[in-house]
Design a protein around this ligand. Structure first.
Ligand SMILES: [Zn+2]
Length: 50
């Protein structure tokens, strides 16, 4: 039997001012939009978020 790992329901993206609710199947801390951005240039994002 295969267990599906899920995360806590109703988590929000950690990106400042982002109101995306993360899927329980998304184990990352960012929504898909910001996860991609974050992987591309995390330093740039952090600088812009201030
Ligand atoms: Zn986001």
């Amino acid at each position: 039997m295969k267990k599906v790992k899920t995360s806590y329901k109703g988590r929000k993206c950690k990106f400042p001012h982002c109101k995306h609710i993360l899927s329980i199947y998304n184990h990352e801390e960012y929504c898909h939009v910001h996860l991609n951005l974050n992987m591309l240039s995390s330093n740039f994002i952090l600088a812009k978020a201030k």
